[in-house]
Every structure is written in structure tokens, then in C-alpha cells.
Design a protein around this ligand. Structure first.
Ligand code: HEC
Length: 118
């Protein structure tokens, strides 16, 4: 019953949250981002920096520093978008391995959530 009350209260007040409050990750969002970060560390960080700008990165692949706040993707030159990142992760590239066989759709979505949070 308590859970229901809390859920209702959240629902009622969600509309009145300030932009600043909404920026704070809710607990379940935090879990998603932590999962995304773990997947990133396990599969991507060896070739793609995320906390260093391109100019400071010495890795094989482009840096994803604040990727979704950039005008253009470093390689593709188009506006960053989830669909493109997803397909690239699935099929890989000239040097980048394909992850279609190792990462599920859900895992790739978590990864992109993490990229988008930076
Ligand atoms: C072995 C190194 C390596 C690994 C591991 C790797 N990548 Fe890459 N990635 C690259 C390289 C090199 C490029 C650019 C040239 C190419 O496509 O091979 C690239 C390109 C990309 C691009 C296209 C960037 C653009 O601007 O067009 C995306 C998106 C990407 N990688 C995401 C990922 C994600 C997410 C992971 C983890 C699941 C990952 N990569 C793992 C090396 C890697």
C-alpha cells in the first residue's frame, strides 16, 4: 500500500518538478546509467575515451566526450543520434569489431543511455 501511495505521489508531483530536479537522476535511472557505464567499460573504453576530449585522447577510436552535445559525430559527421550509434555498434567498422553477436538490443540501449548522459 505504501508503495502505491508513493507511486501516486510521484505521479502527482512529477508535473511540478523544476528542470533542476528533473536533471538529478532518479534511482532507477541511476541503475540504468551504472549498467551502461559497466557495459561501456567492458566493451568500448579500450578504444573510445569518454572523459577526455578528442585532442587529449590517444585511443584507436574517436573520443565520445559529451558526444550527444556535439554538433556532429566525430567520424560520421552527422548529428549524433541513437539509431546510428546502435547500428554502428551492431555492425562495427573497418577497425571496430561488430557487437551484434555479443551485445543484446537492451544492452546497446543501456550503453547509449550512458553515452547520452555524459
Ligand atoms: C578495437 C577497438 C574498438 C572497440 C573495442 C570499439 N570501437 Fe568503436 N570504433 C573504433 C574505431 C577505430 C572507429 C572508427 C573507424 C572504424 O569504424 O573502424 C570506431 C567507430 C565507432 C563509432 C562511429 C563514430 C562516428 O563518429 O561515426 C561508434 C558509434 C562506435 N565506434 C561506438 C563504439 C561502442 C559503443 C563500442 C563498445 C560497444 C565500441 N565502439 C567499441 C574502434 C573500436
Amino acid at each position: 500500500m505504501r508503495v502505491l501511495t508513493v507511486a501516486l505521489a510521484l505521479g502527482v508531483f512529477a508535473g511540478s518538478l523544476s528542470a533542476a530536479d528533473q536533471k538529478k537522476a532518479l534511482p532507477w535511472e541511476k541503475n540504468r546509467l551504472q549498467s551502461g557505464q559497466a557495459l561501456y567499460r567492458a566493451n568500448c573504453v579500450v578504444c573510445h575515451d569518454i572523459d577526455r576530449r578528442q585532442a587529449e585522447s590517444k585511443k584507436l577510436g574517436p573520443s565520445f566526450y559529451q558526444l550527444f552535445r556535439q554538433e556532429k559525430m566525430p567520424g560520421a559527421g552527422m548529428k549524433p543520434n541513437r539509431e546510428y550509434v546502435k547500428v554502428r555498434v551492431q555492425i562495427g567498422g573497418a577497425i571496430m569489431p561488430a557487437f551484434a553477436a555479443t551485445l543484446s538490443d537492451k544492452e546497446i540501449e543501456l550503453l547509449i543511455d550512458y553515452l547520452q548522459s555524459k
